[in-house]
Structure formats: structure tokens, C-alpha cells
Design a protein around this ligand. Structure first.
Ligand code: NDP
Ligand code: OXD
Length: 310
């Protein structure tokens, strides 16, 4: 049987190899760069593999992105375009991502930073009631993760609408498409949740022009990709009150440099690209299924459309 090559960013792949072998002990999985004979590799499982490495594998039948985003693979100019690329679509990840958004929408709505600061001074000041009816979440990207998030938000009683390339028919969720649709959605969105993939069409999409289309004092949450946000525009929008607060999980430079102004900006909740990660006990079955499918000459699940880039 041919071999599988695995590479996981800076992390060791040992626990992944164990989990995959628990599902199928016959799989021979070798960690990059010690994967032996390149001719023997038919599947590559990757996260942040150095560019140029995939083109060294002449008999590759499948590339598996060990992340939901595939920009780390498609930015490789040497990507072998005739090899199918599959990505993670894992229910555990969808739930985890929805939790990140719900937690931060509620943190922003209920001003937890402010109440934490009062607590330090031992001040008891309940002030006013929170107007939960006023929350309207607009989700940019109603795909696997955004679609799941939308349903969870409806279930906790929030108004939800979403924007995608193609229209969606989701119960209780208004669906918008196209540039005009985005403008329309933004008019009534006061919590903007971005779960778009990183493509040439989404780069810099979260900018001052977009913020100005939302009601003054709105909130921004981004777990898509860092380069979708024009970071200086967010700082300006926070200063002029157009945006009242933000929660960010992804950044242009990761890890975010110590000198970055966001670190000291208490109006921004920061998490280190940790909103939802591949949870191998949950994802291992799907990875193994895809390897088997491709070895049987079938198409993998979670196939990426190389023409649109996600
Ligand atoms: P999907 O491919 O399932 O969904 C992408 C959504 O974005 C689809 O609804 C798609 O529309 C929409 N979309 C894409 N391009 C455009 C466009 N130009 N205009 C309007 N809508 C567009 O991806 P996932 O939901 O699985 O993941 C989304 C992203 O989340 C990933 O690409 C990754 O960047 C990020 N992510 C971040 C993580 C983190 O920890 N921070 C973890 C996992 C993912 P349509 O449905 O019509 O195709
Ligand atoms: C991602 C991931 O795409 O962690 O960011 O899966």
C-alpha cells in the first residue's frame, strides 16, 4: 500500500498519526520531512507545509488540508492543480466556532470588560437592562461554519441574517447575495460576524467603507482570516465611534507582533487563532474515509473548488 505524508505547522503529528491508525491500523503515515520515497506518497495531509513541497510528490492522488481554510495550500504556486484538495468539515469544529461567536457577541453586548473593571474597584453598579431584542447578527459567509453558527444564534433567540455567494434557504435567517445584498444586510446589522474564506474577493473586505454602512456603534467579530480586515480602518472606526467594540481571532501577522497596537486596545477582544481547531478524535474518521475513497477511485468529501479558491 502507498504511504501518507503528514505535516502540521510547528506541531508534532504524533498524536494525529496515533488517532488515524486507531481508525485504520493499516495506514502507513510518515511525518514530513522524513517521509521516505516521494514516489510512494499518494496522500498528503498538511497544515502550513512549506511551498514547493507538494510538487515533489509525483504520484499524489489527494491533498487534505488539516484546516478548514485552504489558503495555506492554494497560496503555494507549485500546487499540483490536477490533484484534488479536500478540507475539514467537522461538526466538532462547527460547534466550537459557534461557541466562540456566541461567547464574544454576549461579552460585547453585556459589556463584560466594563463590569470586570468595576469589580476590580469593588463597585456594584447594575445600571440598565440589556436590550437583547436589539441584537441583529449579520454573518458574512454562510458556509459549513457560518451556516451552523446562524442556526445556533437563532436558537438562542437572536435575529440573524447572512451573506454568501449563492442564496441560502435557512429557516429564520434572511439570506443576501451580491454587493447590493451586502449593503442591504449591513443597514440592519449591528453585530457583524465574518466567516469568509481567504480569496482575492475577500481580501480587505472589512474596511471603513463597509463599517460606515452599518448603524453607528456596531460591533465587529472576525474569525475568517486576518487579511480580510484593514486593521488601521478598525482602529479609526473604534476612535470615531462607528464601531463600538470588536472580537478578533485572526490577524494579518500571526503571531501578532508585540508592537501591534491591538494588544493595548481594550475595545478589542483578542484570541490567538484559536476559535475552532481540528479536534482529531472527531475529525480522524472523516480523514480516513477520504483516504479510502480516493484509493478506491472515488471523489473525496469536502472537495475544494480550485477555481473559486475555497
Ligand atoms: P465554506 O467554504 O463552507 O464557506 C464559505 C462561505 O463564504 C460560503 O457561504 C461562501 O458562499 C461564502 N463566500 C465565499 N466567497 C464569497 C464572496 N466573494 N462573497 C460572498 N460570500 C462568499 O467555509 P467554512 O465555513 O468551513 O470556513 C470559512 C472560513 O473560516 C475558512 O475558510 C477559514 O478561513 C475560517 N476558519 C477559521 C478558523 C479559526 O479558528 N479562526 C477555523 C476554521 C475556519 P457560498 O455558500 O455561496 O459558496
Ligand atoms: C483554519 C483552521 O482554517 O484552524 O483556520 O482550521
Amino acid at each position: 500500500m502507498p504511504n501518507i505524508m503528514i505535516k502540521l505547522g510547528d506541531e508534532s503529528a504524533e498524536s494525529y498519526i496515533k488517532a488515524l491508525n486507531k481508525v485504520d491500523p493499516t495506514l502507513n503515515i510518515l511525518e514530513w520531512p522524513n517521509y521516505g520515497d516521494p514516489d510512494e506518497i499518494d496522500v498528503a495531509m498538511v497544515w502550513k507545509l512549506p511551498h514547493g513541497e507538494l510538487s515533489k510528490l509525483p504520484n499524489l492522488k489527494l491533498v487534505i488540508s488539516m484546516a478548514a481554510g485552504v489558503d495555506h495550500v492554494l497560496s503555494d504556486p507549485g500546487y499540483p492543480k490536477d490533484v484534488p484538495l479536500a478540507r475539514v468539515t467537522d461538526p466538532h469544529m462547527a460547534r466550537s466556532m459557534a461557541h466562540w461567536f456566541i461567547m464574544n457577541i454576549l461579552r460585547l453586548h453585556r459589556e463584560t470588560n466594563y463590569y470586570d473593571s468595576l469589580r476590580i474597584k469593588k463597585i456594584w453598579a447594575p445600571e440598565r437592562a440589556f436590550d437583547t431584542d436589539s441584537i441583529c447578527v449579520g454573518i458574512m459567509g454562510l458556509g459549513y461554519l457560518g451556516g451552523y453558527l446562524a442556526k445556533m444564534l437563532v436558537n438562542i433567540g437572536l435575529q440573524v441574517q447572512g451573506w454568501s455567494r449563492t442564496p441560502k434557504n435557512l429557516i429564520g435567517i434572511r439570506s443576501f447575495t451580491g454587493e447590493d445584498g451586502l449593503v442591504e444586510m449591513l443597514k440592519t446589522t449591528n453585530y457583524l460576524a465574518c466567516l469568509l474564506p481567504n480569496t482575492s474577493a475577500t481580501k480587505g473586505i472589512l474596511n471603513m467603507g463597509l463599517f460606515e454602512k452599518m448603524p453607528k456603534g456596531s460591533f465587529l467579530l472576525n474569525a475568517g482570516r486576518g487579511n480580510q480586515l484593514v486593521e488601521e480602518d478598525l482602529s479609526m472606526a473604534l476612535d470615531n465611534g462607528q464601531i463600538k467594540g470588536a472580537a478578533l481571532d485572526v490577524f494579518i501577522d500571526e503571531p501578532m507582533p508585540e508592537s501591534h497596537p491591538f494588544w493595548d486596545d481594550q475595545r478589542i477582544i483578542i484570541t490567538p487563532h484559536h476559535a475552532a481547531e481540528v479536534f482529531i478524535p472527531s475529525a480522524a474518521n472523516a480523514f480516513v474515509e477520504n483516504i479510502k475513497r480516493v484509493r478506491l477511485g472515488q471523489s473525496p468529501k469536502g472537495l475544494v473548488d480550485l477555481n473559486v479558491g475555497y
